[in-house]
Design a protein around this ligand. Structure first.
Ligand SMILES: CC(C)(COP(=O)(O)OP(=O)(O)OC[C@H]1O[C@@H](n2cnc3c(N)ncnc32)[C@H](O)[C@@H]1OP(=O)(O)O)[C@@H](O)C(=O)NCCC(=O)NCCS
Length: 133
């Protein structure tokens, strides 16, 4: 897939956030761990909405950094639930960077699949409610 000079998905992003200089790595671009953190936050938001309660990250199936993120980029995380199990929810997260507002460029920078588990009050797995509930 072409990662550059594309348009944003036609839906609302789960989170949008600007990349600040404090997140720089020694190579002069944004630290991958910061991007991973934003991805995890986005996945936890959509999984908690679907589970109607607290979820915890249990696994990372894949994580791909296609393009670097730079200071000043605004990153948007788009989420899709791709699997719902008995107690788990697997989310695909795609991250797009918007840069150079004078001549806007959109780059698909990262994609990942993470799994979340719905938790009860004792932090044990809890069944995911039916969509109709
Ligand atoms: C989440 C937690 C309560 C699950 O407990 P557990 O005893 O492993 O639960 P189970 O074996 O019953 O698995 C629960 C679900 O998670 C899924 N799962 C477990 N490990 C998984 C992994 N590595 N990747 C994907 N799914 C996984 C199981 O398939 C199951 O899904 P299903 O009910 O939809 O079939 C426990 O692992 C935990 O507390 N982990 C720490 C979570 C955390 O703190 N995350 C924040 C980051 S540090």
């Amino acid at each position: 897939m072409n990662e550059k000079n594309i348009t944003l998905p036609d839906k609302q992003a789960t989170i949008r956030v600007a990349a600040y200089p404090k997140e720089l790595n020694t190579g002069g671009c944004i630290f991958g761990g910061w991007i991973m953190s934003q991805v995890d936050v986005a996945g936890s938001i959509i999984s908690s909405e679907r589970a109607k309660g607290r979820t915890a990250t249990v696994g990372v199936k894949s994580f791909e950094f296609h393009e670097p993120v730079f200071v000043g980029d605004v990153i948007s995380c788009y989420t899709d639930i791709i699997r719902t199990g008995k107690t788990s929810i697997t989310v695909k997260i795609e991250v797009f960077a918007e840069r150079n507002p004078a001549k806007k460029e959109i780059v698909r920078v990262t994609e990942a699949e993470l799994t979340y588990v719905a938790l009860d009050e004792n932090r044990r797995p809890r069944e995911i409610p039916k969509v109709s509930d």
